[in-house]
Design a protein around this ligand. Structure first.
Ligand SMILES: [Fe+2]
Length: 443
């Protein structure tokens, strides 16, 4: 038997320390994975199977598809690569639940997702559980080297899941809105408080050159970089988002019938779609009502206006004698703000009225409540290149004909949003929780 030396003891202690570190590292990642996956399941708890299969328009995916597609993401980009001898139980799911990753193979047509009755909702939950236990095993047995390789992809999958939680909510809202019985997704917590919000204040920002984009600390999407300098001229930004009451004034002033406020494409859209109000608004006995995830109720004037397109946001800003902020102005204004607001964790599933007082003179509702349309087209930052392979298709290929939105909504997780986060949608889309914050040039 060889003698036990001090060096050997040191070596063993160092090995044990490394092992403990990698175990706690993988446990932390696994805990995060489980927490986010479980929250998706929690969001669906009060839905019936019949709710989960409807596709109410091509933009909307059935709840069941979201449950399966987020699972497919982990199966395709983690298990198939890093779990030796992994064989998919049902290989055809790869075709059914791939969304838009051409490099990952062929895919089913997006607009036909609502025609897929099998797998059933129950089978889809079984698929989720099965993939979750494979990920569980993979992470539980991962050493530091494997962990270093898979952590970025698992983290991307977790963030991807959170994006789909938001889509799941906005999609089920659209589905339930088609039903004249207006089913309730989740009963409202507490009574609706009719409050009066303070008038909008405008916070001034001097001209400056700022660093735009993510600094590389922690997770971000590739579209948030490279970080680069940008000149932001003197501007002012509204202290809160636009309310239903303010938007009603625009409507009552003939906002939807006066072309002078609208972009040409916006005016065409208003007329073709016969828009007269935000999505989910209906007039009953001379009063405006709206559909929320907690049911049909009268429009509360103090709440932020939501479900408006870029075209409506821009027209409202023109009518107000203001404009929408650029994404650089927004990011500059948000740089030092903490991530606080009404997020999906509050389970209100609807934007809430600002409680800031007129004397606060600070920016309220920058995070949560409603995504804020900016006047910035969704384009690559200087030096941006999409990564090669399927995951390079995540963001880059959508940089055309869309506008950037900032700040997150009441359907976004507070652990998913950042000051540098760039969401994007085409200008005519209204089914997300989209709203308006005004900006001004110096007078
Ligand atoms: Fe996706």
């Amino acid at each position: 038997m060889s003698p036990i030396t001090a060096a050997a003891i040191d070596e063993t202690t160092a090995d044990q320390t490394r092992l403990r570190a990698s175990v706690s590292h993988s446990q932390r990642l696994l805990a995060r994975f489980r927490q986010v996956r479980d929250f998706t399941t929690h969001l669906c708890e009060e839905l019936e199977p019949e709710d989960c299969v409807v596709q109410s328009m091509p933009d909307v995916s059935p709840t069941k598809w979201h449950l399966a597609h987020t699972t497919w993401f982990f199966e395709t980009f983690v298990l198939k690569k890093w779990t030796p001898r992994y064989r998919p139980e049902i290989p055809q799911y790869a075709y059914l639940f791939n969304s838009y990753y051409n490099a990952a193979g062929d895919m089913h047509r997006r607009d036909l997702r609502g025609l897929i009755s099998r797998p059933t909702v129950e089978e889809t939950h079984r698929y989720r559980s099965s993939i979750d236990s494979y990920i569980d095993n993979l992470l539980s047995g991962a050493d530091e080297k494997l962990l270093a390789e898979i952590e970025p992809i698992i983290t991307l999958g977790i963030n991807h899941e959170q994006q789909h939680q938001e889509l799941l909510l906005t999609d089920i809202k659209h589905v339930l809105a088609q039903n004249p019985l207006y089913p309730v997704f989740r009963e409202r917590k507490g009574d609706l408080e009719t409050s009066k919000v303070s008038p909008q204040d405008f916070v001034e920002f001097e001209e400056t050159t700022v660093q735009i984009g993510h600094d590389g600390n922690g997770f971000s999407y590739d579209n948030e970089g490279p970080r680069h300098p940008a000149l932001v001229p003197h501007f002012s930004l509204a202290s809160r988002v636009v309310t239903n009451g303010e938007y009603l004034e625009f409507m009552e002033a003939g906002g939807y019938t006066r072309p002078e406020f609208w972009l040409s494409l916006g005016w065409t859209t208003v007329n073709e779609q016969r828009w007269q109000a935000p999505l989910y608004w209906m007039k009953r006995d001379g009063a405006w009502w709206n559909l929320t995830l907690s049911g049909f109720r009268s429009v509360e004037e103090s709440e932020p206006v939501t479900h408006v397109s870029y075209f409506e946001a821009d027209a409202f800003a023109n009518w107000s004698g203001a404009r929408l902020p650029t994404e650089f102005e927004w990011e500059h204004a948000a740089t030092d703000l903490s991530i606080e607001g009404n997020f999906v964790e509050s389970e209100q599933f609807h934007p809430q009225a600002s409680s800031a007082s007129a004397h606060d003179r600070h920016l309220d509702q920058m995070f949560g409540d409603v995504w804020e349309w900016t006047r910035s087209g969704y384009a690559p930052y200087p030096g941006y290149r999409a990564a090669p392979g399927a995951l390079g298709e995540y963001n880059g290929k959508f940089m055309c004909n869309q506008y950037v939105l900032r700040g997150g909504s009441c359907a976004t997780s507070c652990t998913h949003i950042r000051q540098t986060y760039r969401n994007f949608f085409p200008p005519e889309k209204r089914w997300q929780f989209t709203g308006i914050r005004l900006a001004h040039d110096p007078s």
